[in-house]
Design a protein around this ligand. Structure first.
Ligand code: PMP
Ligand code: GLU
Length: 397
């Protein structure tokens, strides 16, 4: 009998983090691995944010913070929601957490009862499914493909809803597809959801600032659905602050209070120093993130053009985030030496071992036909990465 709980035995390891760990191990053995597995900006955190953290230490802001986050920070986030998203969330409706990952766990653990269904469009971010399972909820997926630009339709959503459905969780811009829902598309989805009482939406908007088509749209902007939406965001991606661990939600008050209670038992308030840094990020004009966004767009164009020259790959044009999720299913059934490619996992292992390039297989995101390429790296590295993919794939026949 296992000494570990069924809970942990049934939990899958985060595949993004597992691949990043594997790449680090191979690099430590002296292998020249290019790792495009983990999704994090390669830029440095802006100086004014780092300065705020240094000042926080010098000013001894180093004690436990309120569980929900400092009031000043929640006020600044409240202003940010107004400024960027035209959303009204009072500071009491905002909970700051140790990353958006914790925000999402707080919500799912607070709302989902055993046996309740949570709709998750494919491709999804790796941690949604495992967190739902941890809450003993039942993930219900909706398929998409490169042809539909990896977006779901209102009809698909309606079909997936049953009397047991509790919520839907999705990201826009999407990790891993880079797809961005526009205002009309979000409204159409909201119009389906509002027909069902007690159906909630987790709208994960952590890539808000990495959007190449202009304005970011939040589903909570429609008054008729506002009470059913939990808007998730954070500092990790837009401000290159992955290590600082700051995420937050804007939510109906009763949900915010539940998340505060949950967090009070797990972690308490997040790092006081990171919160003081986040305060400056929240107050900053979003234009400080534009340079990073433009660099990502340039890299997207570069990588997309290069990938499209490789025979047998199918891509969409991602409108945001920093991933390309391309279809590699035409390589299934092909072989080289001891390798036979049956699925996306086989292909990612082949690319890692034969090509020294670490990507994340699509099965981790629910779509086994695809593989995820994170282009959050220097242009030179990206060019070399695509060359390695091309040369490795050419060996398969
Ligand atoms: N949501 C999505 C879609 C993500 O890609 C990430 C990145 N890890 C997160 C949430 C969590 O971000 P963090 O915990 O760093 O705020
Ligand atoms: N969101 C990033 C990714 O998808 C970071 C890794 C993680 O937290 O899973 O790669």
């Amino acid at each position: 009998m296992s000494k570990l709980s069924d809970r942990i035995n049934n939990l899958a390891e985060s595949q993004t983090l597992a691949m990043a760990k594997k790449s680090r191990e191979l690099q430590a053995q002296g292998k020249d691995i290019i790792s495009l597995s983990i999704g994090e900006p390669d830029f440095d955190t802006p100086q004014f944010i780092k300065d705020a953290a240094k000042a926080a230490i010098d000013n001894n802001i180093t004690r436990y913070s309120p569980v929900a986050g400092y009031l000043d920070l929640r006020k600044a986030i409240s202003e940010k929601f107004k400024r960027d998203n035209h959303l009204t969330y009072t500071p009491e409706q905002i909970i700051v957490s140790t990353g958006a990952k914790q925000s999402i766990a707080n919500i799912i653990l607070s709302l989902v009862n055993p046996g309740e269904e949570v709709i998750v469009p494919i491709p999804y971010w790796v941690s949604y499914i495992e967190t739902i399972k941890l809450a003993e909820g039942v993930p219900v997926t909706i398929s998409t493909s490169v042809e539909s630009n990896f977006k779901i339709s209102p009809e698909q959503l309606k079909k997936a809803i049953t009397p047991k459905t509790k919520m839907i969780v999705f990201s826009t811009p999407c990790n891993p597809s880079g797809s961005v829902y526009n205002k009309e598309e979000l409204k159409a989805l909201a119009e389906v959801i509002i027909q069902f009482p007690d159906l909630y939406i987790i709208s994960d908007e952590i890539y808000e600032y990495i959007n190449f088509i202009g304005k970011h749209e939040s589903i909570a902007q429609f008054d008729f659905i506002y009470d059913r939406v939990i808007t998730v965001n954070g500092m990790s991606k837009g401000f290159a602050m992955t290590g600082w661990r700051i995420g937050y939600i804007g939510a109906p008050l009763w949900i915010a209070q539940a998340c505060e209670k949950m967090q009070g038992q797990f972690t308490s308030g997040t790092s006081s120093i990171s919160q003081m840094a986040a305060l400056e990020a929240a107050k900053a004009d979003p234009s400080v993130t534009v340079e990073m966004r433009d660099a990502f767009k340039k890299r997207r164009d570069l990588v997309l053009a290069a990938l499209n020259e490789i025979p047998g790959l199918k891509t969409n044009t991602p409108d945001g985030a920093f991933y390309i999720f391309f279809d590699i299913s035409s390589y299934f059934g092909k072989s080289y030496n001891t390798y036979t490619i049956k699925n996306s996992h086989d292909l990612s292992m082949f690319l890692l071992e034969e090509g020294n390039i670490a990507l994340v297989s699509g099965d981790a995101f629910g779509d086994d036909n695809c593989i995820r390429f994170s282009y959050a790296a220097a242009e030179k590295t990206l060019i070399e990465a695509v060359k390695r993919i091309k040369e490795s794939l050419a060996k398969l026949n």
